[in-house]
Design a protein around this ligand. Structure first.
Ligand code: ITT
Length: 196
């Protein structure tokens, strides 16, 4: 069984591979296509809208079932930023290191109790001729003052899950995949995945 994930993000691909192996699903990403896939413009204002745009673009182009993930981090003291702009928070290039440094900079002087944040993942499933559906998962926590750890990707080094003294980048992949926003979105697709 194979499922196409409409992403070019290697961190996401790794986590989907790990999480889908128990369903016997082999993950193929846009990086595995023979032809280069144009970047899809994410014109939505919510994670769900953007996940649907990405899933339907690839499902329609190749006439296959597709899952897409749109995700990011919402920081309460920054009025929910970077939110849907998480991938390009520090500039046009997608640069994880610059992005997390910008969050730390914007939070300088903000005391610990006010550094709350959450990761959000919208996972959309689009199939030719059928209605698209989307499920949203979250992971609550707070932002550190320094990056810690080198596992995971993106904003993981500055994110402490609620109740944890380690950042998500100090979690093993198994630990992260048991509590992440991506996990919480995917469990809602379990019935569909079992038959995919
Ligand atoms: P695709 O659109 O090709 O899937 P992308 O990286 O552009 O790749 P998004 O538009 O969904 O994906 O942006 C997600 C952003 O949120 C990006 O900066 C990630 O680093 C960050 N992010 C998402 N999930 C994360 C996670 O589990 N841990 C850390 N950062 C995460």
């Amino acid at each position: 069984n194979q499922l196409v994930i409409a992403t070019k993000n290697k961190g996401k691909v790794r986590e989907f591979r790990d999480m889908f192996s128990k369903y016997g699903i082999e993950v193929k990403s846009l990086l595995d296509f023979d032809q280069p896939i144009q970047d899809i413009e994410e014109t939505g204002t919510t994670f769900s809208e953007n996940a649907i745009i990405k899933a339907e673009a690839i499902a329609n182009e190749f006439n296959i079932p597709v899952l897409a993930d749109d995700s990011g981090i919402e920081v309460d003291a920054l009025n929910g930023e970077p939110g849907v702009y998480s991938a390009r928070y520090a500039g046009l290039e997608k640069d994880d290191q610059k992005n997390l440094e910008k969050v730390l900079k914007n939070l300088e002087g903000v005391p610990k109790p006010e550094r709350t944040a959450r990761f959000v993942c919208a996972a959309a499933v689009a199939r030719p001729g059928e209605e698209t559906f989307v499920r949203v998962g979250t992971c609550e926590g707070s932002i550190t003052t320094e990056p810690q750890g080198d596992h995971g990707f993106g904003y993981d080094p500055i994110f402490l899950p609620t109740g944890s003294e380690r950042t998500l980048a100090e979690y093993t992949s198994e630990e992260k995949n048991a509590i992440s926003h991506r996990h919480h979105a995917i469990v809602q697709l379990e019935d569909w995945l079992k038959n995919a």
